[in-house]
Design a protein around this ligand. Sequence first.
Ligand code: RI2
Length: 309
Amino acid sequence: MLLSETAASIKNMEIRGAGRIARAAVEALADYAKNLNISDPETFKSEMQKAAGILIATRPTAVSLPNAVKSVMRALDSFGSVEEGRAAVLARAAEFIEHSEHAIERIAEIGARHISDGDVLMTHCNSEAALGCILEAHRQGKDIEVYATEVRPRGQGLLTIKTLNDAGIRTNYIVDSAVRYFINDVDLVFVGADAIAANGAVVNKIGTAQIALAAHEARTNVIVAAETYKFAPRTILGELIEIEERDPAEVLPREVAEKLPFVRVRNPAFDVTPADYIDLIVTEQGAIPPELAFTVIRDYLGWKIEDLR
Ligand code: RI2
């Protein structure tokens, strides 16, 4: 797939999920480097920077995307010939993809430990990391049941219930607004993340904050499953994570909206759940309370203070 095709697929959500878009972007970048027919190292670097910029701009919220792209681009911080630069980019890209796949397996192992036999779980959207924990608990023979939301407007819940059904897990499919109605039947909420701020706030699919609020009221624990590359370094400086607002036509067909001139359709794709409503964040490095989010940025993302300027 060409870089522009990958970028378009990420933008229109044919490729979606914070982890998957990071891997797809890294693959596209590696592929671009492989085929870039340039002999001057400086031009090679600037062309690569342009490509990185195109990929990063496709979706603004999932911080996994810039974190992944930047970790590959660090290969070009210093290099000699184009061939050297190319090889370094390819090596870093392969390393990121392997790390990412391994991280999901590790999160599943750690997350499953927090699921007990007989638990009823609730999940929202379609998170590879959160589903990994649920599937692993089931694989270990724990008898579990899941409530999965529909996830308006894009309906990612359908992907989730297919996966759960294929695994033979008893699943209840509910509309997003039925969360509070069922929350007292639930032992544990398991969701993924698109970004995690230094203060432990979690950015995830729109509706997550409402679920966390209902869970908090019902004294139900909320666990977030997220790879370390979903933590947002620049939030240390107080920078806010941008919330993507998508095309209103995803919510209401254009021809209907056109007849309602006083109505403005809003379509934020994500919301922010404060750390107070989250009990645990499961990463591939271990499970941490949200208050320790900063340590992940400091110890595992390889960012230096100078990088934050
Ligand atoms: P994994 C998704 O975003 C959902 O918000 C999901 O919870 C999150 O990414 C993490 O997914 P979207 O691409 O990386 O559906 O765990 O907007 O798969």
